[in-house]
Design a protein around this ligand. Structure first.
Ligand SMILES: [Cu+2]
Length: 455
């Protein structure tokens, strides 16, 4: 059990544990042994042998900020929170210049969020708007087996054009997920993934800014409009809540605030090492629960394995525009073309144009690497198929930023009262890298010969 649980909870656990053999009333629904047991094994903040009114935003919890994502709305009826998920195909825009037909929850592919509170009774209607049967699984949520949402195992699949219902009481808190659990490769691969945030009923450690980011990966061949779910290893589009940089909204924070970021990964192959500049953070939770304080450690890069969540916290002490990105270098690229040889040091200008005729997907690496490809594509110098953003990044305040994919910016500003995008950070005078002056170089003993890069 987590060492930081309140005494109240310990008592609750004992009561719940003692009642597992009998009938326990949990909120509006009947207890299930698995749920009573959960109070022992998982992060809880309140006793679960009593019922709670539906958790209220602002009082019982502070909503997460999920940039670019869709929060699934709910209503409350007779003490139950009612959500409605509709699964369907739609045209999703990853960034300017790249769209595809994907499958999503409420028109959100790899970017839907269900948010509730420990102790809430939830009723989740699932309407299958796909042409295929499906089932929805609640990843990490402690619930009765029959609500687990594994097609063919715990329930019959939901046929197309039908609405089914799931109902259970949330007996834990944590950063969890949900996803289709039938024909997983296709249905999850096409975007049927989301995050399931359960706030503690009595939060002990409030944070000021609480972000949720779901990671995903796709194979979308340049010029095509459907992700290929058969791909096993060679993904070329990497998303944060369904968007690639530069379409990922920045995370805005006031200097001095306490920040939490919850990462989830429902991709297919890649663990994503998410890295922040300018800070170190502490890993506080996984989808298995809260890490006891003595077991936490600081990191600048947290590995988010497939099928897992990782939650980190830090104090935003330093103002600036801080890049936050996956550290797998291919995951900072939009639509890498593969199969082209390493051309660093080779003159390739003409080759690119000719290759495009026969291999539209190929991006020939330039003599000096790939750093200037995005600018060339943007300026129209480099032909690319329609609906493709190979190597495209973004124009920054001081030049072109040749990054895409799993990239965003944490913007920390002193004294802000609005969390609208404040624009780019102005480095205070004397705190930005600059061209060295001849005087300075001479003073520090770097000869004229050594200054130009010649060996
Ligand atoms: Cu990655």
């Amino acid at each position: 059990m987590s060492a930081d649980l309140p005494d109240l909870n310990r008592r609750g656990v004992m009561i719940a544990a003692g009642l597992t053999a009998g009938a326990v009333t949990l909120a509006a629904g009947a207890a299930h042994p698995a749920q009573a047991h959960a109070a022992q094994a998982h992060a809880t903040s309140v006793p679960h042998n009593q019922s709670y009114p539906p958790g209220r935003s602002g009082t019982d919890y502070q909503p997460v900020i999920a940039p670019n994502a869709t929060k699934i709305p709910f209503t409350v009826r007779a003490g139950v929170k009612i959500f409605h998920l509709t699964l369907g195909e739609y045209e999703h825009r990853f960034a300017e210049g790249l769209s595809a037909r994907v499958w999503g929850f409420n028109q959100a592919a790899a970017g839907a969020v269900i948010e509730a509170v420990e102790g809430d009774r939830v009723r989740i209607y699932v309407t299958n708007g796909l042409s295929a049967p499906t089932a929805v699984h609640w990843h990490g949520v402690i619930l009765p087996s029959g609500m687990d949402g594994v097609g063919g195992l715990t329930q019959e699949n939901i046929p197309p054009a039908e609405t089914w219902v799931y109902e259970f009481t949330l007996v834990q808190h944590g950063t969890l997920m949900f996803h289709a659990h039938h024909d997983e490769m296709v249905q999850m691969g096409l975007g049927l993934t989301g995050m399931f945030i359960i706030h503690p009923r009595r939060p002990r450690a409030r944070v000021d800014r609480d972000f949720a980011l779901l990671l995903h990966e796709w194979k979308i061949r340049p010029g095509t409009r459907r992700p290929d779910p058969n791909e096993m290893t060679d993904f070329n589009v990497f998303t944060l809540n369904g968007k690639v940089f530069p379409a990922t909204d920045p995370l805005i924070v006031r200097q001095g605030q306490k920040v939490r970021i919850r990462f989830g990964n429902l991709g297919m192959q890649n663990h994503h090492p998410m890295h922040i500049h300018g800070y170190s953070w502490t890993v506080t939770e996984t989808d298995g629960g809260v890490i006891p304080e003595a077991g936490r450690w600081p990191e600048t890069t947290v590995l988010v394995p497939v099928g897992s969540t990782r939650t980190v916290e830090f104090n935003a002490d330093y103002p600036g525009d801080w890049a936050m990105h996956c550290h797998m270098l291919h995951h900072l690229m939009n639509q890498m073309g593969h199969g082209a040889p390493n051309m660093v040091g080779v003159d390739t200008d003409a080759l690119q144009a000719r290759t495009q005729d026969v291999l539209p997907e190929a991006m020939i690496m330039g003599r000096n690497g790939m750093g200037d490809h995005g600018e060339h594509v943007e300026m129209g110098h480099m032909p690319v198929p329609d609906n493709a953003i190979p190597m495209v990044g973004a124009r920054g305040p001081r030049g072109y930023i040749p990054m895409g994919g799993l990239v965003t910016v944490v913007k920390v500003r002193p004294g802000i009262t609005s969390f609208e995008d404040p624009g780019w950070y102005e480095n205070p005078p004397g705190t930005e890298a600059r061209r060295a002056t001849p005087e300075q170089l001479s003073q520090d003993g770097i000869s004229a010969q050594e200054r130009g890069g010649a060996p």
